[in-house]
Design a protein around this ligand. Structure first.
Ligand code: FE2
Length: 133
């Protein structure tokens, strides 16, 4: 998860969002490191709890910006956030039933970072940057 493009590439140019995104990636990397060091089983619950807390806070802020500035892709972006929360809840259920598998969760997160954080979020960031001037 330490691809070179995850540094500056993550930034949207909106300070309040970028600080959270940077901390999010640092925490995600810490989970990857811990998984490598300790094995997967004991981590799954921590990863799920952290993801839910991050998403609840961060998505709310992003969605607020999109609404305030009339972002035309708001509905589809919102659906991605909702899909993410549903997936995390499925992982949470799996954790409750069988302890979960942090490799699955972190694999999913790797895809999410590339597709959402570096894709649709940056698209949103470009729009917001234009309208925040
Ligand atoms: Fe987003």
């Amino acid at each position: 998860m330490r691809d070179a493009d995850l540094g500056e590439g993550l930034a949207l140019g909106i300070k309040s969002l970028d600080e959270k995104r940077k901390r999010f990636l640092e925490s995600l990397n810490a989970f990857f490191d811990a998984q490598e060091r300790t094995g997967q089983a004991c981590l799954a619950e921590s990863v799920v709890g952290w993801l839910k807390a991050f998403a609840a806070e961060h998505f709310h802020v992003e969605e607020g910006y999109m609404q305030v500035f009339g972002y035309p892709e708001y509905e589809s972006h919102l659906k991605e956030h909702e899909g993410f929360m549903e997936t995390v809840c499925r992982f949470e259920d799996a954790c409750a039933q069988s302890g979960g598998d942090s490799r699955e969760i972190l694999d999913y997160m790797q895809g999410w970072v590339k597709q959402h954080l570096l894709g649709v979020d940056r698209q949103m960031g470009r729009y917001l940057a234009e309208h925040l001037r």
